[in-house]
Design a protein. Structure first.
Length: 187
């Protein structure tokens, strides 16, 4: 009798372990942070001026981004999607985007834009470099919540991504250099 109980317990442990391992693998495999690709595909910087008096940057930055879902089975639903543009580790402004869905084997285009002015702390060398530059290092930080379903299980998650790119200043609607598409990484 004791042998039967021990054998049943062992079988139960093996079955539960296999189910747990399979569940963990499926969730990891279909997680958007692993399979969904976030890219800045185009950027236009039409104004990026620094005032001499008080180090205020006046800016106008427009972006095209894609969210690509190569997943065969799951759609991803994004909520509270916020993009924050930064220069020299200082946030310029944010852009809140409407909720959206990316279907399986599909992509979605986002067009955040940032316009305004911001007081920034720059050293004398950084001010000099700024005035002589035509290409600027921008960091785009993405903060969002998403959900997806795996079978009958709904998975909610928050994620942060960072996109590091160089964007040329456009003069008269034309840029001297071409923008290079940039993938975003988990922050």
């Amino acid at each position: 009798m004791l042998k039967k109980i021990c054998c049943c317990c062992c079988i139960l442990v093996v079955v539960l372990g296999a189910l747990s391992g399979t569940g963990w693998f499926v969730i990891r495999q279909f997680s958007p942070s692993k399979s969904v690709i976030y890219k800045v595909t185009d950027a236009s910087l039409t104004r990026f001026n620094l005032t001499a008096a008080n180090n205020t940057i006046q800016y106008n930055l427009s972006l095209n981004m894609t969210v690509e879902n190569p997943n065969k089975w799951n759609d991803f639903h994004y909520e509270n999607f916020e993009a924050v543009a930064s220069y020299k580790n200082q946030d310029l402004s944010n852009s809140s985007l409407a909720p959206f869905r990316v279907g399986h084997k599909n992509s979605f285009v986002l067009t955040p834009s940032f316009e305004g002015q911001r007081l920034v702390a720059l050293s004398n060398d950084e001010v000099s470099n700024f005035r002589n530059s035509t290409v600027f290092d921008i960091v785009l930080k993405l903060y969002f919540k998403y959900w997806t379903k795996i079978g009958a299980v709904k998975i909610n998650k928050e994620l942060q991504m960072a996109c590091y790119f160089e964007v040329p200043l456009s003069s008269g609607g034309k840029s001297a250099e071409k923008f290079d598409s940039t993938k975003c990484d988990k922050a």
